[in-house]
Design a protein around this ligand. Structure first.
Ligand SMILES: [Zn+2]
Length: 403
């Protein structure tokens, strides 16, 4: 018996269809109007139905969601920013506990149709594993609503904050899935030393790697080639990602070509959030054409680093498309892929996609096509996770409502 029937959906192909869900999976996709008995039937009235969004990079432990607006405070350096963040987070903690703020953010992004996230979580000697414990509890609590992958992230560096390597090790034993890293050459000032720890942990725990890399120019390119070398040496092709990779957007053709070749050979994926200001975005189409997986993430959402963001992955796809100059329907579909199938592949989410046998993690969008959805990021009318309706819930405000 069909548990849930999503009737009269528009598929990415433009066809109208009924989607039948049984025990959390898509059982069948039939032409709209096919008679199917179901325990529950929801009329989509032609809304676009797609797989739930995948946010490949955010920070659940940093957000100011659910507390009063905090004016952005400038910082002169990365170290100053990190110190300022500690202060601002403690202030916000007094207004609302960190776990409640992260929960508010998760509920907000579920309403925007996100079904899976990769969250970096700060691990440092001053806070120990407390952020990890907060996010592990949330992951358990929200297990039936959203999938959460956890990166043990050394926000204060590894070598510059003695004790961090052991804490990262403990994080992986306690439930973190991925080893993080941060600007090995420019923050820790010891590219090889930093990567020794990151890849040592990855190989000991059999864990993938996702490194924040803000390093610009040739320094950033050299770090990417060092990451690629270690990835190949350990046979970790397809299990390593570089987040941001600003360097790829600001070097000459020779350096770009060499670095893309190294990334491709090592099967390294690149995450972008469509950065603005002084940060440069990697050339997305160029990377894809070179055979490199590119995926999208929100990164900072209303926190001490950035006042912007709400976690809407369609809006994120639009931002990346806007910066990259993606205008045709085919190009806009590329932006959509970055926040859906491409991100799902990097995060290795099993049975992802809108097809029979796949997980029923779905979102309905008030648009007639993928291109329109990306260009206008309209309202989400329904989010389903493992075959359960998770938004809107009866007491939810409409998606996008800041209240
Ligand atoms: Zn980040």
């Amino acid at each position: 018996v069909t548990d849930l029937l999503l009737a009269d959906a528009t598929l990415a192909s433009g066809e109208r269809a009924d989607v039948a869900i049984v025990r959390g999976s898509i059982e069948a996709i039939r032409p709209a109007g096919s008679a199917t008995a179901a325990a529950r039937r929801i009329e989509l009235d032609g809304a676009l139905l797609g797989p739930a969004f995948v946010d490949g990079h955010l920070h659940l432990d940093k957000c100011f969601t659910g507390v009063r607006w905090r004016p952005h405070r400038p910082a002169a350096s990365l170290a100053e920013r990190i110190a300022l963040e500690r202060e601002l987070l403690h202030e916000a903690d007094e207004e609302l506990p960190r776990s409640a703020r992260a929960l508010a953010l998760l509920r907000q992004i579920v309403a925007f149709g996100t079904g899976h996230v990769r969250s970096h979580v700060d691990i440092d000697p001053s806070s120990g594993l407390s952020n990890l414990h907060t996010v592990l509890e949330l992951r358990e609590r929200m297990r039936e609503t959203i999938g959460i992958q956890i990166v043990a992230f050394p926000q204060g560096g590894i070598l510059s904050a003695p004790g961090t390597a052991d804490l990262l090790d403990a994080s992986l034993r306690e439930g973190a899935d991925v080893v993080g890293g941060l600007d090995p050459a420019t923050f820790d000032g010891d590219r090889e030393g930093h990567l020794d720890v990151v890849f040592g942990l990855a190989s000991r725990h059999g864990a993938p790697v996702d490194i924040h890399l803000h390093e610009a120019g040739l320094v950033g390119c050299a770090t990417m080639r060092a990451i690629a070398e270690r990835t190949v040496a350990l046979g970790m092709q397809g299990h390593v990602a570089v987040s941001h990779a600003f360097a790829l957007g600001c070097v000459d053709e020779l350096a770009l070509g060499r670095t893309l070749e190294a990334l491709r050979e090592a099967g390294i994926a690149v995450m972008t959030n469509g950065p603005g200001g002084e940060d440069s975005m990697p050339p997305v189409r160029r990377l894809r054409a070179a055979g490199i997986a590119v995926f999208a993430g929100s990164d900072n959402i209303r926190d001490a680093w950035l006042p912007y963001g709400n976690g809407d992955m369609l809006e994120r796809a639009m931002l990346i498309g806007y910066l990259e100059g993606l205008y045709t329907d085919a190009d806009l579909a590329v932006a959509y892929e970055l926040a859906t199938a491409d991100a799902a592949r990097v995060l290795r989410i099993d049975r992802y996609g809108l097809a029979p046998g796949m997980r029923a993690d779905l979102v309905a969008i008030a648009a007639v096509s993928v291109a329109e959805a990306v260009a206008t990021h309209p309202a989400r009318t329904l989010t389903v996770h493992s075959g359960r309706v998770v938004a809107p819930l009866r007491d939810d405000p409409p998606a996008g409502d800041p209240g």
